[in-house]
Design a protein around this ligand. Structure first.
Ligand SMILES: *Cc1c(COP(=O)(O)O)cnc(C)c1O
Length: 400
């Protein structure tokens, strides 16, 4: 298949997001070895930028070879020992995935569930944590399957009061919402390259604080995964720079370049840009007579917008229309929300004014195609008004 056989797409799904030409160009650089001094410099630079983006001084801040799920697996497999009591906050698919991984590692898993589209009640999580000798608490910060931003402060405080360590999934928040590992006292946090960092899928940024590394050293059983054993990975990413496995060189080039773009824009400006475009999209969606899945505006993700499919509208047909007619990818619902929501991602380089207006216009056309028209032009008009209320706050707000 040649390049020209792949049609251009506007990526507004739950990931991957738009990748800047600079990042793609970095991936096409000639290969060097994973122990080449030049490559070691790239690792140092990448680790320094990751610390900046995650707001941490953690020495073991690096990238797992694999997608976000590999970051999840690395967190669980290193922290959890068979028989450990692990409390998992489950508000959607990714919370379920965390629970499943903890179970597969022999943990006694206590899930605290919430309605999909609402936060999980922090009080309920705190009492679950206090209900036994809890060793680990795992929570998804940005639940991409529902569009919910889960508050963390009370959960982290409750965990630490019981001497439990906290794993935070920040796959869809890092680069789009503030994530501050040191200030929030997060013990382990992982993300992914393909969401708000706007890099292709393939690496999982991760960070372990000293308390977590200490706990791992005290394990009475070896970490079950050789590939993801942070003690072994420390040999490569730490001082020694000794071979463990061959780093995915081209992906490392890409992540370095993607992080440079994040740092050039500045974290604060980047968050404001995500917020601004989210608010404009919501204004447009509501003006079209559609409803957001997450009722409380304060609990909505800026990076992932879940929209209720109205009665009588064929969910998949709308997505197909957007893709085939306009080359726009959006996501459908997962699990219990399958067929009930659309998920529009405004992640990283995909979060632009142009994309907000484009997807609202295309959504209107897709509803017309099903004889379920929204008020003509209302979505785009409301989004324009919202964008004018929240003027451009950032020089990094580039058009696609
Ligand atoms: C996408 C995602 C993952 C998994 O990442 P992959 O890159 O698909 O492996 C994990 N957690 C959350 C919250 C996600 O959005």
């Amino acid at each position: 298949m040649t390049d020209s056989a792949i049609p251009p797409r506007v990526l507004l799904g739950p990931g991957p997001s738009t990748v800047e030409p600079r990042v793609l160009a970095a991936m096409s650089r000639p290969l060097i070895g994973h122990l080449d001094p030049e490559f070691l410099r790239i690792m140092d630079d990448t680790q320094a930028m990751l610390r900046q983006v995650l707001c941490t001084d953690n020495r073991m801040t690096f990238a797992i070879s694999g997608t976000g799920s590999a970051g999840m697996e690395a967190s669980i497999v290193n922290l959890v020992e068979p028989g450990d009591r692990v409390v998992v906050v489950v508000g959607g698919v990714f919370g379920q995935r965390l629970a499943e991984q903890a179970r597969r590692n022999g943990a006694e898993v206590i899930t605290v569930e919430g309605e999909w589209g609402c936060i999980v009640d922090p009080d309920a999580v705190a009492s679950a944590i206090a209900g036994g000798d809890t060793r680990v608490v795992a929570v998804v910060h940005a639940e991409t399957s529902t569009g919910v931003l889960q508050p963390l402060d009370q959960i982290i405080a409750a965990a630490h009061a019981q001497d439990a360590l906290v794993i935070v999934d920040a796959v869809t928040s890092v680069g789009g919402h503030p994530v501050q590992l040191d200030a929030w006292e997060v013990d382990v946090c992982y993300s992914g390259t393909q969401k708000c960092l706007s890099c292709p899928p393939g690496l999982a940024p991760i960070s372990f604080n000293e308390r977590a590394l200490e706990r791992i050293k005290e394990r009475s059983t070896p970490v079950r995964s050789w590939y993801l054993d942070v003690g072994l990975l420390e040999g490569y990413w730490g001082q020694d720079r000794a071979y463990h496995h061959t780093a995915p060189i081209s992906m490392a080039f890409a992540l370095q370049e993607a992080l440079r773009i994040v740092c050039e824009e500045g974290l604060e400006a980047r968050y404001l840009r995500h917020r601004r475009h989210h608010l404009a999209l919501v204004a447009g969606v509501e003006a079209m007579g559609l409803q957001m899945q997450v009722a409380d505006p304060g609990h909505r993700l800026w990076s992932l917008n879940a929209i209720r499919v109205p009665e009588g509208v064929d969910e998949a047909r709308v997505r197909r229309h957007l893709l085939m007619r306009y080359g726009i990818e959006i996501g459908g619902g997962l699990g219990p929300l399958a067929g009930q929501i659309w998920r529009i991602g405004l992640m990283g380089s995909s979060s632009t004014e142009n994309n907000v207006l484009l997807v609202l216009g295309a959504l209107e056309a897709a509803l017309v195609e099903q004889d379920r028209p929204a008020p003509p032009g209302a979505g785009v008009a409301a989004a324009i008004a919202a964008l004018n209320v929240t003027p451009e706050e950032t020089s990094g707000d580039k058009s696609p």
